[in-house]
Design a protein around this ligand. Structure first.
Ligand SMILES: [Zn+2]
Length: 460
């Protein structure tokens, strides 16, 4: 007898953020990833929409990795009546915990600000979720092994496979009524400083393929050389190097490279500071999950000891009052909040300062404005002139580029029956589809947000 599995594209369809795919077998409903929409306002407003499915009927959630655009909607889902387990690898759940608590705090602060400044249409403005909601979602977490098949429900087996994007990150294989569904998650780089190369799927009847950098090849830049030069120049001016950084992975990578340069005496001796409570929590995840990354115990300890790891605000002021040249890594990565704001208030008006942006800067953020040459920046309602040197490190990416993604698919034994290109801006996805056709001769499609697709299966 023939039946249909229904696939609902509830996010990251035609865009990068908001990853959510619902697989409905008729018997069971499984949600793969549960991310928040981020970036432009029209996207963020989607987080407030009701999901066009009955949330209480979803039996389980499975997560590819801990990033906000894959997990940030979980508290909302639980608030809307989801009662089942949330499965992922142990480090993914640990990262998700850190991210959800931080996200709840940001939501609460935003609602508070909206109330104070009266810019919300709702009176009073409500947060999308609060800390209590985040804790309730965390209570549903259930850790799964990497590399082993597990039965999720009768006739539904699942396997989480290492894909090297961030600590804990996997792609997910799901055998549903005899068909293999593969969700790529975000694929990591073949040669990463901290992560091992991604595993590759050998079989996929239905493939959900990310396309973040579907139209790009990462530049081949010598990261160490470039950082060395920037550090030297700042030191010679007697200045402070401020690196706004994402707490998950980017901060640890930067710490590792800077520590290595200092070990090799390639940079002058100066104070190294990592000022991010969230970054410190992520370091703990690295400590507790040694088999998930490439750092040896010696490297991990060396890098942690060479940095002053700051978690209290009082210490931040101590560091600011010390006028000697230093390197400060602080959140947040796009300067949209966090400790880095306090440093910039003090340092951005100084000629000898360097601000090094490390990674993607979204439209509308302070990071993007600085990148585009703004001559002043607004922090906590006050304008500060930009006298510091503003630089950008493009090469630090946790994402596979076009060539690496094509290679990741190259072990598949035959063309997938359906190949969905997801998790990309429309141009990146379209270009990637053309490349897949060129290299493998396979057809692909870019699903629309909220579309539903039927996958036929044989049942007895
Ligand atoms: Zn990610």
């Amino acid at each position: 007898m023939e039946n249909n599995i229904k696939v609902h594209f509830l996010g990251a369809a035609g865009t990068v953020t908001g990853s959510k795919y619902l697989i409905d077998t008729g018997e069971n409903k499984i949600l793969v990833d549960c991310g928040l929409f981020q970036g432009l306002k029209e996207l963020r407003l989607l987080n407030w929409d009701y999901l066009p499915v009955n949330v209480a009927e979803i039996d389980a959630v499975v997560l590819t990795h801990g990033h906000m655009d894959h997990t940030g909607y979980l508290p909302r889902l639980v608030k809307m009546g989801f009662k089942g387990p949330i499965h992922a690898t142990r480090p993914t759940l640990e990262i998700a915990e850190i991210i959800l608590r931080d996200s709840a705090k940001i939501q609460e602060e935003e609602a508070k600000r909206a109330n104070q400044e009266g810019y919300s249409k709702h009176d009073p403005a409500e947060p999308l979720y609060d800390l209590k909601d985040a804790e309730q979602a965390i209570a549903h977490f259930n850790s799964m092994p990497e590399g082993d098949w597990m039965e999720l429900f009768p006739d539904i087996n699942i396997r989480f496979q290492y894909n090297g994007h961030i600590i804990g990150a996997t792609f997910i294989e799901m055998d549903v009524l005899g068909k293999r569904f593969v969700f790529s998650g975000d694929i990591g780089r073949t040669e990463d400083l901290l992560m091992r190369p991604p595993k590759r799927p050998e079989k996929a009847d239905v493939l959900f393929m990310e396309s973040t950098y579907g139209n790009r090849l990462h530049p081949e830049e010598d990261l160490e050389e470039k950082l060395k030069e920037i550090i030297h120049n700042t030191y010679q001016r007697g200045g402070t190097l401020i690196i706004p950084s994402f707490a998950v992975e980017r901060t640890q990578t930067l710490m590792y490279i800077i520590w290595k340069l200092q070990q090799q005496n390639a940079i002058p001796k100066m104070s190294l500071i990592m000022d991010s409570p969230m970054g410190a929590n992520v370091l703990q995840v690295f400590n507790d999950n040694r088999e998930w990354h490439k750092l040896t115990p010696k490297e991990y300890t060396g890098m942690c000891q060479s940095f002053r790891i700051v978690t209290s605000f009082k210490e931040t002021w101590e560091i600011i009052s010390d006028t000697k040249p230093k390197i400060v890594i602080a959140g947040s990565g796009m300067i949209s909040g966090g400790r880095v704001l306090t440093y910039l208030q003090q340092y951005i008006g100084k000629l000898e300062t360097t601000v090094l942006l490390a990674g993607f800067q979204a439209a509308g953020t302070r990071g993007r404005k600085l990148l585009e040459g703004a001559d002043q920046v607004k922090i906590y309602g006050k304008h500060y002139p930009v006298e510091a040197e503003i630089l950008n490190l493009e090469v630090l990416s946790a994402h596979a580029d076009q060539a690496e993604m094509l290679d990741w698919m190259s072990d598949l034994e035959k063309a997938p029956e359906r190949l969905f290109i997801i998790h990309g801006e429309s141009e990146a996805s379209a270009v990637f589809g053309t490349k897949i056709k060129e290299r493998f001769g396979w057809k692909s499609e870019i699903p629309e947000l909220y579309s539903i697709v039927d996958i036929p299966v044989e049942i007895e």
